[in-house]
Design a protein around this ligand. Structure first.
Ligand SMILES: [Zn+2]
Length: 160
């Protein structure tokens, strides 16, 4: 990345943030030669390797479609799903990976979905992690209880 002021061939990234739509990354850069600061916008492509081996572009719509089934009958809105898909994409982009397999997408979905709705999370996890016994459900539920004990959630951790 050449400095636009002195054409020095190197620059240092001093800040970077993902755009609201998650499609690009803005980087503040500083030239080590003249100290000039400039901004670059990079769009990074993210692709997913499906179980069949087919590679396709990452799609928030596909994330939403996959999660929507697990959310049937739950108090989850389209807006909630849109936010979830954005969170998933940002989490994936922050890893710096440009290609993921379907399993990694599923893993990235589990965290935000759990925050959104625990029942939907259990449904999604049961399919994604191929639960095949009551013990698998019991284990996942026990984990939820450990992390989110009922009552007594006032630990002040979310105080603003
Ligand atoms: Zn410069």
């Amino acid at each position: 990345m050449h400095c636009p002021f002195c054409r020095h061939s190197d620059s240092r990234v001093i800040d970077s943030r993902t755009s609201d739509d998650g499609l690009s990354i803005r980087r503040r850069r500083q030239c080590p030669e003249c100290g000039g600061r400039f901004t670059t916008v990079e769009t990074s492509s993210l692709s997913v390797v499906k179980r069949s081996g087919v590679v396709e572009p990452f799609s928030r719509e596909k994330v939403i479609a996959g999660v929507r089934k697990a959310c049937q009958g739950r108090p989850v809105t389209d807006a909630d799903l849109a936010v979830l898909a954005q969170d998933v994409e940002e989490a994936i982009r922050q890893t710096g990976a440009s290609q993921l397999d379907a399993n990694e997408i599923g893993l990235a979905i589990l965290g935000p979905l759990r925050e959104l709705d625990e029942v939907a999370y259990l449904r999604f996890a049961s399919v994604y992690q191929a639960f095949d016994s009551l013990e698998d459900f019991e284990g996942a539920i026990a984990q939820l209880r450990t992390d989110h004990p009922r009552g007594g959630t006032d630990d002040g951790g979310d105080a603003r």
